[in-house]
Design a protein around this ligand. Structure first.
Ligand code: AMP
Length: 427
């Protein structure tokens, strides 16, 4: 958190009141850095990922701008357009705008695919202040003349790297082509790959550049473990882990949609309340599953990377990588779902025979090894020997042969004595 207060950032009292009620005491670093230039109307490129407080970093100055310069958007138009890659993220961003702007007389619309379009058409009919949308459905509505972007004053491209990963570039270009030239533009991305910079160059004018928490350092307050296990034993290991006290709300990642479904069904059979979310599920089902998880009606949410993108559920105690991701940055994104807003979280990764190279890539990105927990009934020692990161044998954070049952490796002095398996000794 930053030394500055929201007052010092010159936000209006009606916004500060909403933030205080939400329990925000001070701006996060990205908020402290981004809000002042955004209030003056600058373009901005932000290298930041979910979890840094980036949504408020752009939402607060935008709300203030809308409020202090009241105007009516034309029918079907919007004053602000935020584009996000996924429906879940769109819903969350829209919710954030509503929360922070709850004392401001502004209107909002949320547009994404997978649900009927009529309510969205109706929401846009008279024009809105803030429109949050995913690209595909927005283009649909634009083509049918239910949405028009001529009145957009501020355009935000959120999670631009994911947009590109998901193949949205042509859609984004089509949307941008209809925006007024004179506007304020903000681009956020977790990485600054060359194609992002190229996109940024084409749409931003003299942007302020802000970078916070590069992905590889996000995991600071997350306790990480890797467990070597045969693929065939992963389910049994997961069941044991889920019995441990303190396993309050676990987000479990699988690589495939099919794997997510299968695992959730299997968990339900063992009386563990679980839901699955992935791209093949209808939007309504995904939202319902997320809500069940958020409300504590199910303890385990099984997800694929894309479905989990942007999920912001408070109190995720554990992230479990049932399958390791083949893209090391996904590892960082995944484990960032726990330990939000400074809380502690635990990330446990299962590593099967075919995943040892993925682990190596992850450790290369992190520039450190992930501590190994050998002390579980399914441990395969041959995996550990042949795979591990070159640092592993030389760093005190990974001393082979030790594990939670016999006293855990001490990667950090302030670690708690209990770990994910510490309470599962009986197995
Ligand atoms: P974001 O990076 O926008 O997804 O935000 C991550 C989480 O941080 C969300 O749960 C926000 O509600 C929370 N958050 C954002 N700004 C602050 C703040 N200044 N103080 C405390 N929590 C915050």
């Amino acid at each position: 958190m930053n030394e500055k207060t929201f007052n010092e950032l010159n936000l209006v009292p009606l916004i500060i009141r909403a933030l205080t009620e939400k329990g925000y005491e001070r701006p996060t670093p990205i908020q402290a850095a981004a809000i002042p230039p955004l209030l003056t109307g600058c373009d901005l490129i932000g290298c930041a990922q979910t979890g840094t407080g980036k949504t408020a970093a752009f939402a607060l100055p935008i709300l203030q701008k809308l409020f202090t310069n009241r105007k009516k958007a034309p029918p079907h138009g919007a004053r602000v357009l935020v584009l996000t890659p996924t429906r879940e993220l769109a819903a969350q961003v829209s919710e954030s705008f509503k929360t922070y702007g709850r004392y401001l007389p502004l209107s909002h619309a949320l547009v994404f695919g997978g649900v009927g379009q009529s309510p969205q058409v109706e929401a846009l009919r008279r024009g809105v202040d803030v429109l949050v949308a995913t690209p595909g459905r927005l283009l649909d509505l634009m083509n049918q003349k239910y949405a028009g972007l001529k009145s957009v004053e501020v355009f935000v491209l959120d999670e631009a790297d994911r947009m590109l990963d998901m193949g949205f570039l042509p859609d984004i270009k089509r949307i941008i082509a209809t925006l007024p030239r004179e506007r304020q533009t903000l681009l956020f991305s977790a990485t600054m790959a060359p194609e992002i910079l190229k996109l940024a160059q084409g749409i931003l004018i003299n942007p302020v550049k802000i970078a916070v928490s590069p992905p590889a350092s996000v995991a600071d307050h997350i306790e990480e473990w890797v467990l070597f296990v045969e693929d065939a034993n992963k389910r049994a290991l997961l069941s044991e882990l889920l019995k441990a006290p303190g396993m309050d709300r676990a987000l479990v990642f699988t690589r495939t949609k099919h794997g997510a479904n299968r695992l959730a069904t299997q968990l339900e059979k063992t009386a563990v309340k679980a839901r699955a979310i992935h791209g093949n599920k209808s939007q309504t089902t995904r939202m319902a599953a997320l809500e069940d998880f958020r409300q504590g009606r199910c303890r385990v949410l099984v997800a694929t990377d894309i479905a989990a993108r942007g999920i912001d559920v408070a109190g995720i105690s554990h992230v479990i990588n049932f399958d390791l991701p083949n893209d090391p940055e996904s590892y960082v994104h995944r484990i960032g779902r726990t330990a939000r807003s400074g809380a502690k979280g635990i990330a446990i990764s299962f590593c099967g025979a075919s995943e040892r190279l993925y682990l190596r890539d992850i450790e290369r990105l992190l520039k450190r090894s992930v501590p190994v927990d050998e002390n579980h009934p399914y441990h395969v020692s041959s995996f550990a020997r042949s795979n591990h990161h070159p640092h592993a044998t030389t760093r005190p954070d990974n001393r082979g042969g030790r594990g939670r049952f016999r006293g855990r490796p001490q990667r950090k002095k302030n670690r708690t004595a209990e770990g994910p398996l510490a309470n599962a000794r009986a197995i």
